[in-house]
Write a protein that binds this ligand. Sequence first.
Ligand SMILES: Cc1cc2nc3c(=O)[nH]c(=O)nc-3n(C[C@H](O)[C@H](O)[C@H](O)COP(=O)(O)OP(=O)(O)OC[C@H]3O[C@@H](n4cnc5c(N)ncnc54)[C@H](O)[C@@H]3O)c2cc1C
Length: 451
Amino acid sequence: MNASKAGGGIRPDGSWRNWAGNQRSYPVRVERPTTEAEVADLVRRAVADDLRVRVVGAGHSFTAVARTDDVLVSLDELTGLVAVDDATGRATVRAGMRLCDLNPELDARGLAMPNLGDIAYQSVAGAISTSTHGTGLGFRSIAAGVVGLRLVVGDGTVVVLDDDHDPDLRDVARVGLGALGVVTEVTLQCVPAFNLHAIDEIMAVDDVVVAFDSWAEETDHAEFFWMPHTGMAQVKRNTRTIEAPRPARNIGHAARRRWKRFKNKELLENVAFGALNHMGRLRPSAIPRLNNLVFDEVGRAEYLTTSYEVFASERRVRFLEMEYAVPREHGLEAFSRVRSLIDTLDRPISFPIEFRILGGDDVPLSTAEGRDTCFIAVHVFRGTPFEQYFRGVEAIMDDYAGRPHWGKLHFQTAATLACRYPQWGRFQEARDRLDPTRRFTNDHLTTVLGP
Ligand SMILES: Cc1cc2nc3c(=O)[nH]c(=O)nc-3n(C[C@H](O)[C@H](O)[C@H](O)COP(=O)(O)OP(=O)(O)OC[C@H]3O[C@@H](n4cnc5c(N)ncnc54)[C@H](O)[C@@H]3O)c2cc1C
C-alpha cells in the first residue's frame, strides 16, 4: 500500500483537505518540521504570534479534529524508525511515519504490530491520537500498545513519557486527540511477526448474529459486514499462525486464489463498488437491487499471508463514516436496532455496516476504556445525505452509553461525553498541565473536550 495514494492533504495553495473531502481549512501558516527541535521552535513562534497549532497526520479523520486556520503542522518530513530493541520487541518511530511504511520495516526485523484497522495509511501519531482499532476480543486498541512518547507541549518544551518518566501521564497521553501537544516520537510494543489465515464468506446475517459471540471467543480476529436491504453478511475470520503461505498447486490455482480475493475487494471496497455507488446516488431506489447484486457476486475466499497484508487494504471509494463503541454485551442488540432503523430511512443505504469486537483497555480516552467493546460503523457514499441516518444511529448508541470514534462523525459534546469516560477528569488534568493556555485546540475540540 502506498501512502501517496491516500488522497487529501495540503494543497498547492496552502489549504488543507481531509481524505473524505468533508473538512477543509485555510491555515495562515503551514509548517513542515524535519526535527523535534524545529517542532519546538514552531510552537514557540506560534506562542509569540498568539496562534493556535494543530498537527495533521494522514488526514484520515472524518471529523474536524485536525483542522485549523492558524498553524497547521505536517509531520510528513518527521518519519522513519528511530530504534528497535530486539530484546523487548519495542520499536521507536518518528510520529509522522505512516503505518503502511512501518509495517514492512517491522516485518524485516521479525516484528509486527499486534493488530491493525482496515487501512494502514494513517500516521502512527494520528492513529493513536483518535483511538484507532482493529478487531479481536483478545487484542486492544493501537494506543494501548504505546509504551513511550515524546511530546512538544504548550510552552515549546519537550516532555519525555515512558516507564521511567511519568508513566501515569504517558498512559493518559496515548489517546490525546492532538490536545496535549505535538507527539514527535512513539515507542510501540510490537510482537513477533506472524501470518494470518483468513477465511471470508457470505452467510445469512441472522445466522451470523447467532454465531458471532462464539466466533469472537474462538477466532483471533472476527468481524462482519452486513449489506443493508439484503439478508446477507460477509464474515471475516482471521487466525494467527506462523505457518508459511502454502504454495499453490500450479499457476492456475495461484491465479484463481488471488482473483477471488481481488474480486471481493473490488466488489465491496473499490472500483466496482464505487461504480455501483455512483449509480445508486443517481437512482436511490435502485440501491436495494444493487446491494443484492454485489452480494450475489462476492464469494468465499481463503488465503494465508503476512499479518498486515490481511488486516489492512486499499480503500479507493470515498465515504463518510460514523462508528460507535458500545459495551460488548449490548453490541448485537444495538446492531439489530440499526438494521430496523435502516428500514425507516427516507433513502436506502448502499454501504455495508461493519461490526467488530475488541478487548477493553486502560487508556482514559480510548473508546474501549474499561470494557470489552463492540464497534458498529455506518457509512454513506461521499456526496449523499447522512444526517437522518447518523442521527438515528447515534440515538440508538446513546441508550448504551456509546462512545463515538474520535476521528469519525458524531454529534456529541463534552457535556454528553464526560459521563461515558470514567477517567475523563484524569485527561482534563493532563490537558491543564501540558497545555494550560490551549495552544493545541480548535473549535471541534472545544465542543468535544470542553474549553
Ligand atoms: C478509509 C478509512 C478507513 C479507516 N479505518 C479505520 C479502522 O479500521 N479503525 C479505526 O479505528 N479507524 C479507522 N479510520 C479512522 C482513522 O484511523 C483515524 O481517523 C486516524 O486518526 C487517522 O489517522 P491520521 O494519521 O490520518 O490522523 P489525522 O486524521 O490527520 O489526525 C487525527 C488526530 O490526530 C492528531 N495528530 C496527528 N498527528 C499528531 C501528532 N504528531 N501529535 C499530536 N497529535 C497528532 C490530529 O491533530 C488529530 O487530532 C479509518 C479512516 C478512513 C478514512
